[in-house]
Ligand binder design. Sequence first.
Ligand code: FER
Length: 252
Amino acid sequence: MIPKPGYDQEREGIARGEIRTIEYPSATVGNTRKARVYTPPGYSSAEKYSVLYLLHGIGGDEDEWYTHGKPQIILDNLYDDHLLKPMIVVLPNGRAMLNDRAEGDIFAPDKVQAFETFESDLLNDLIPYIEANYSVLTDRMHRALAGLSMGGGQSLNMGLNHLDRFAWIGAFSPAPNTKEPELLVPDPQQTSAALSLLWLSCGDLDSLKYVSDRTHAYFAEHNIPHIWVEEQGDHDWPVWKNGLYQFSQLIF
Ligand code: FER
């Protein structure tokens, strides 16, 4: 799956969405946390939008996608081509701890643990804040969860464990935080019936590809419907941006 040339280049003269930093109270962490929110061109409270929560990797924070992936350019272009459903995209900070900056030893156990703690922050703090402050649909069919690397692992771990909250799940180059497939999907029939989309993609040169390989192998063996894209690339932005480009067109 090759993206259309120029898919990530700013187009002249098109309608643009907006990407802003918000702050929300987190009972999980006990402070106020930051996230970014992309609202599409012409966002209006007269309409109700779906929501994609899009997660970053171990070296990032709520600015990582914005700085390196420029999702607003990819999404604005897709809206210009009429290829996306009305959605807002939330870029959280997936390291749920008091100092949630990607500094010091980013592999320290407490920092890795904070990517697990994020499950409670996402479900109990961030999602309720978004749903109280944006004009959005609040059922599982209109809520998606995707991410890159650590965020891909989080999307699989949290999404597949909460199919009552998310119908659309995407993992781009998921990291070793991804649970073993037997724990991700203990009941293949139940999971298959609930899912609208399960997306898995990874670059062929990625040293973490074994995580995707074992996950895909289990999904295939147990007939769990999913899209598996092995593409040319490393553990890097071209793969993750293409992941967003492809996944976003398939949801809602
Ligand atoms: C690991 C190797 C890589 C790991 C996490 C990563 C938790 C994450 C990489 C990324 O987010 O880019 O052993 O363990």
